[in-house]
Design a protein around this ligand. Sequence first.
Ligand code: NAP
Ligand code: GLV
Length: 312
Amino acid sequence: MTRILFYLDEPGKDVWRPAFEAAMPGVDFRDYPDWGSPDDGPAYAFAWEPELGLIAKYSNIVAVFSLGAGVDHITRDTSIPTDLPIIRMSDDGLKEGMAEFVLMTVLMHHRYMPRMMTAQRNHKWQRLFPKRAENVRVGILGYGALGIACADALKPLGYGLAAWSRTAKPAESGIEHFTGPEQFNDFLARTDILVGLLPSTPETTGLLNKDTMGLMPKHASIINVGRGTLVNLDDLVTLLDSGHLAGATLDVFTEEPLNDSDPLWDHEKINITPHIASITRPETAAEYVANNIKKIETGQQPDNVLDRMRGY
Ligand code: NAP
Ligand code: GLV
């Protein structure tokens, strides 16, 4: 019998038990704080932002499944043994959700929707005429599971697509690839709408700042759906206020929730969403965990194990 130790501190979390029971009949699904004793036998943790020190206390945990694609909410706990496998979420539901959100927000920036909404609030009949999609250059920072899903969703619209990643990618039709720090500036210089889909690591922290965003074409837009650490927000506001950048959609922040007195809420060129670009969906996620546990228990390598050296 497989034992799951579940940790999620959010309303509505009751949907997870039936999803696991459907994907893994007979599962011993234990919702925190009813995790039982570490002597109860081997278990898999499935967690989002677990309490600091909790995972290390349960020496019966054989692997930790992250409820999200990012693992920063787990690795912030330095008491977790460094040889305990941490497995990133990468189910179809997460990819579909991110592709939907990015498609929607790219279209919003392309079609000047934020400015239209401001005009409406001011009772202004302001007609703006967008470029053809083929003349709008979209650049995706991060070409992993989610970056690829977003590119696949954007391709049929005809945007000039590019992606930037750490390691070189094979040539592919409909998208230009840029690699590593040496090609970062060229990537920025050709990007009208930038989609941030990078994990939070020391290398990606503060990557978008006054100097780098300043290299983007005038009137470019930023969509950040990876992690808040990517963007220096003071620099972003400076570039929006100077008119260099046209707008930003921010779904992720260094401190979440964003403080209700933060001036970013009222910036007319910034759209804020509360870290919902893609929410892990119970049915597909439980299937993903079940398949990965099957791999572990049959001696195979599970998918998407965190590489602690890379940080993702
Ligand atoms: P992934 O499959 O691990 O892909 C990560 C991508 O980032 C890879 O293409 C990787 O390059 C690239 N990368 C990492 N470090 C880099 C660096 N220093 N320089 C250049 N490229 C770098 O991850 P994923 O599943 O696509 O998820 C991406 C992130 O999205 C997650 O880590 C999470 O933070 C965020 N996320 C947010 C939400 C939300 O609702 N807002 C939802 C889900 C996920 P290589 O291809 O060369 O390895
Ligand atoms: C959400 O932010 C995730 O990492 O899946």
